[in-house]
Design a protein around this ligand. Sequence first.
Ligand SMILES: Cc1cc2nc3c(=O)[nH]c(=O)nc-3n(C[C@H](O)[C@H](O)[C@H](O)COP(=O)(O)OP(=O)(O)OC[C@H]3O[C@@H](n4cnc5c(N)ncnc54)[C@H](O)[C@@H]3O)c2cc1C
Length: 473
Amino acid sequence: MSFIVNPYDEWYALTKSLILKETLSEPVEIVLLCVGDANVEPLIRKALSIGGDRAIRVNAESHDSKFIAFQISEIAKAEKYNLIIGGKETISYNGGLVLSMVAEFMEAPFFNEITKLEFKDTAWIGQVNAEGGYQVLKAKPNTPVIASCAKGLAEQRFASLKEKKVRYSELEIVSVGSALAKQLNRTSIMVVFGEFSHELEFTRIGAQKIYHITNTQRYDNAFVSKVLNEIAITEEADICILPHNSFGKSVSGRLSVKLNAACVSGVTAFEEVSTQSSKLKKNVFSGKALAHVLVTTQKQVWTWVANSFPVSSDSSNQENTAQLIPYNVDFPTDIDILETNNNLTTTISLPSAEKVVSGGRGLGGPEHWEMIEELAMLLGAATACSRPVSDSGWRPHHEHVGQTGLTIRPNLYIAVAISGSTQHLAGVNGSKLIVVINSDPEAPFFHSADYGIVGDAFVIIPKLIELIRKHQS
Ligand SMILES: Cc1cc2nc3c(=O)[nH]c(=O)nc-3n(C[C@H](O)[C@H](O)[C@H](O)COP(=O)(O)OP(=O)(O)OC[C@H]3O[C@@H](n4cnc5c(N)ncnc54)[C@H](O)[C@@H]3O)c2cc1C
């Protein structure tokens, strides 16, 4: 296998460092940190040629996020770095956990998926992707910050319970937890942040205790991981499950360090689970490979990939009500939230959508998305797109799916005028049913399709819309 510099490390982390070096008045040294064997040296040389001043390689071959994070944090502490900035590990084994763990080892603020970063009056200020929009965070003056980079503004990735409507992905995670609890004869505990009035729905699928945290002014990864840590200790919880999205990952890394637990990101199935060990399945390398992971510690933190487990239909718990525990805590953190914007997504959230209608470059321009949106609306689906579409500005970046965009696993994925490159498939090949509409019968996407329609999208989509309307009326 040959290695490349992770595009997010190269395009964003390193480039951002170079810009900071050019624009900040104080002297800046860019140190390239790498944990890996001698095979990675060409990458280090490439990064040095782009603009790094110095490089440190920890001579170790490891896929273990915590090991890598510990090495980085020890060096960072010893060298007293002011900023530790990295890519977001979209495709490798570690699933985006390393920087979150570095933050926890260093007890430092973590700006996850920054889209803007500046250094003002000795404090770092970052704009980060957040639920349905973004947050602007400010670290305390003279505090080092850990930051991971994002491309543009990305879709909200936190299937949290922070808003009123219950999402399928939340029901799914509670179903996973409840199934495990039943199997291990333990209690199924759920933690919700913010407004909440859905006890019955979650009770029905097996939640036995619901911790309700109402003071969510401090809604960042440091606060949430501290709350979860306290509850996990109080409840002697062995397995903590979070959504596999940007916020879930930023919390899970920190939480696993606090609990001294094994952390597995991107879990899609559990094969065997006992109180001592677990055999789990997870996707690696953008879903091109499957890893079977054996966890041999009692304490475990997982991030769970949406649409991998059926929501429980067991109604045996109908009579019971979960114990609702109001939980109000506050912890000092090193971050001030300067701004929160939750209004970027008004329609169905793409990461947790059950149905998705996606358009590609073959549609020719943004003016042709009206029919995609109409079809999506009729089906109750979210809209998505291929990368050239978002790169051309036809659609927002948070709709971009694939290797460098979102990974989704809806029940239905309709691909319109998308050729089906491996990079695109990497983000959607976990979909349960794929329908491809393409005018070229040789389009590679047909190889991965469950149903294919060869034809002009501008003829087929209006016909589909008409048929659905007729059917619905
Ligand atoms: C490192 C790297 C990462 C990448 N990451 C991603 C990623 O995350 N996501 C991603 O999508 N791509 C990614 N790409 C780009 C990827 O390789 C492809 O170039 C891209 O997916 C192609 O997009 P497309 O299918 O929309 O466009 P095209 O390849 O141009 O395909 C357009 C399709 O539309 C069809 N068509 C044209 N007109 C019509 C019509 N009227 N009706 C029906 N069909 C029609 C054509 O037959 C064709 O199949 C990445 C590339 C690299 C190198």
